[in-house]
Design a protein around this ligand. Structure first.
Ligand SMILES: Cc1cc2nc3c(=O)[nH]c(=O)nc-3n(C[C@H](O)[C@H](O)[C@H](O)COP(=O)(O)OP(=O)(O)OC[C@H]3O[C@@H](n4cnc5c(N)ncnc54)[C@H](O)[C@@H]3O)c2cc1C
Length: 516
């Protein structure tokens, strides 16, 4: 899943005299606003960047679990990981544990990084599947798929070590991400961006002036006027610029993914800090449990047409088994996307562009993805429809990919214990997802492009986690290649176990290297 977000080639930018886009105005100071400001100030020091946020309105204040590309962002910003982890009370994340998704009492792991390795040119999964069906192998010679995932093994033992610091060991193939405190992240990046000369204004934007599809200036509640060449809408669900002013459509996907409200509250830190996010399915949605160094973040995302607030709160309290440290907070959200997140001289980044439930922690990734694309197609004129069209096309496809991957979790579920789950039994899935599921069930062989966010190993982890396997093995497997792989595969799980046994616990690793 991990890939470089900001390649060298993306860093090329025109000389100042080539462009009439020089003054950038970001509206919004949540995670999206400050990540955007930090990246622009670092990658485009030739631009003048102003960020306007209203402390009175505040931020959404959730969004605390990430996926491995977050490390590319920190790398691009040349942020020291240790200082970032200390400052944001972060912990490490090696995957997600899904409880009760197939049925109540069942659980599985979706780990980060490679699951097994193949030296034949065919996917490891194909060889593994063939090995499970090989009558000549005894039970000591066949293993569960996740026995080949170092990240899964580290999750099982709750151990952590930085994979890239363990070269030539089985651990090397794991990938990791972070859990962090969203408010502390915004604060950290705010200081970073301001130090890099981003101008910060605390005021509410009262009015957005636009002429022929081009935003000209903003009127603030302190009566000041802010001009700009290019505007970045980071106003969250308000979508003040891209929606309310530019009028781009919001494509509602809530008929597919039906959760629309969340209740959240923190509880005290656990003695053993899990090295993964936990997602527990309930009758009307699912709850997340995100461990930080100073507290555990909990939330229940649910369908508010089927479940009232009191029931949702009781479900979460029961699941957590502890009293909230702070009063519960309810948040409404809209599931869907703007097919045109860039219109005229305005681009939406963050919740203003789209949102899908946080089941695979993809929203912050989509912020960095949008900025990467923006840098690649950065305009030199206030309207460049070819560039904005390409940006919109790529981003929209990304959202569709994530939507389909999230739907997979529901589509494979056997739960029928409420109207919420029955919806997924009856839902007509998008045709491309139905086809992928059918293809997998027939032969495996998904062959997802390796530049996608969710690659073969991610899809296989969900299918296997939900106990779905292909009817047939790959037609390309030769007996000799399989025999060679059978030999190789036998020793791998014990090698991973031996390596993981020696690692420090997650708690110890944090305490030793990056305790807040
Ligand atoms: C229930 C839930 C759980 C989530 N969990 C995760 C997760 O685990 N992982 C993940 O990656 N993502 C998650 N997300 C998404 C994540 O929270 C967001 O992507 C992230 O916080 C970015 O939000 P934002 O900056 O776009 O919006 P916000 O945080 O809402 O910020 C909007 C900003 O705009 C400002 N603003 C608005 N109107 C005006 C105005 N008129 N004038 C001036 N300023 C204005 C506000 O003051 C604020 O600063 C979750 C989202 C929800 C709803």
């Amino acid at each position: 899943m991990e890939k470089t977000l900001f390649n060298q080639s993306d860093n090329h930018h025109p000389n100042k005299q080539d462009t009439n886009v020089q003054k950038i105005v970001i509206v919004g100071g949540g995670t999206a606003g400050w990540i955007t400001a930090a990246v622009l100030s670092k990658e485009r020091p030739d631009l003048s960047v102003t960020l306007i946020e209203s402390q009175k309105i505040g931020t959404i204040g959730v969004g605390e679990a990430t996926i491995p590309p977050i490390l590319d962002l920190l790398n691009t910003l040349q942020i020291d990981l240790t200082s970032f982890i200390k400052a944001t009370n972060a912990t490490f994340k090696l995957g997600i544990e899904f409880q009760n998704w197939k049925k109540v009492g069942h659980s599985y792991l979706h780990p980060f990084g490679a699951v097994g390795q193949s030296n034949t040119g065919l996917p490891f999964y194909d060889h593994w599947l063939a090995s499970t069906q090989d009558q000549s192998l005894n039970s000591h010679q066949t293993h569960a798929l996740m026995d080949y995932s170092p990240a899964a093994k580290m999750c099982q033992q709750n151990k952590f070590y930085v994979p890239s610091n363990a070269p030539n060991t089985p651990i090397e193939a794991a990938r990791y991400a972070l859990h962090f405190d969203a408010n502390l992240v915004a604060k950290y990046l705010k200081e970073y961006a301001i130090e890099k000369a981003v101008e910060h204004i605390d005021a509410k934007v009262e009015k957005v002036h636009q002429q022929n599809g081009i935003i000209t200036h903003l009127l603030l509640d302190n009566d000041n006027t802010i001009n700009g060449d290019f505007f970045i809408d980071c106003t969250g669900f308000a979508a003040l610029l891209i929606g309310q002013t530019q009028g781009t459509d919001f494509e509602d996907w809530s008929h597919m993914l039906t959760v629309n409200r969340a209740v959240t509250f923190p509880t005290k830190v656990k003695n053993t800090i899990p090295v993964y996010t936990r997602s527990v399915a309930h009758k009307y949605g699912w709850s997340w449990h995100i461990p930080l160094q100073h507290r555990t973040g909990n939330g229940y995302v649910f369908n508010s047409e089927l479940c009232d607030d009191q029931t949702a709160l009781q479900t979460l309290v029961k699941q957590v088994g502890e009293q909230p440290l702070q009063p519960p907070r309810f948040v409404d959200f809209k599931t869907g996307v703007r097919p045109k997140s860039w219109q005229g001289n305005c681009v939406a980044v963050g919740l203003s562009s789209g949102f899908l439930e946080p089941l695979e922690s993809t929203a912050i990734h989509m912020i960095t993805r949008s900025i990467k694309l923006l840098l690649r197609y950065f305009p030199t004129r206030k309207s460049q429809p070819v560039l904005s069209s390409q940006f919109n096309k790529i981003l929209y496809e990304d959202y569709i990919e994530i939507r389909n991957f999230l739907l997979l979790h529901y589509a494979l579920s056997e739960r029928t214990d409420s109207e919420f789950w029955l919806h997924y039994q009856q839902l007509k899935l998008p045709a491309e997802l139905t086809f992928l599921i059918d293809l997998f069930k027939e032969r495996g062989a998904l062959h997802i492009n390796s530049d996608r966010l969710f690659v073969n190993d991610n899809w296989y982890a969900i299918f296997e986690g939900m106990n779905i396997r292909p009817r047939e093995t790959s037609s390309l497997l030769s007996a000799s290649a399989q025999a060679g792989m059978n030999n190789l595969m036998t020793g791998i799980p014990s090698a991973i176990d031996a390596a993981v046994n020696q690692l420090p616990s997650h708690n110890d690793f944090i305490k030793r290297h990056c305790g807040a």
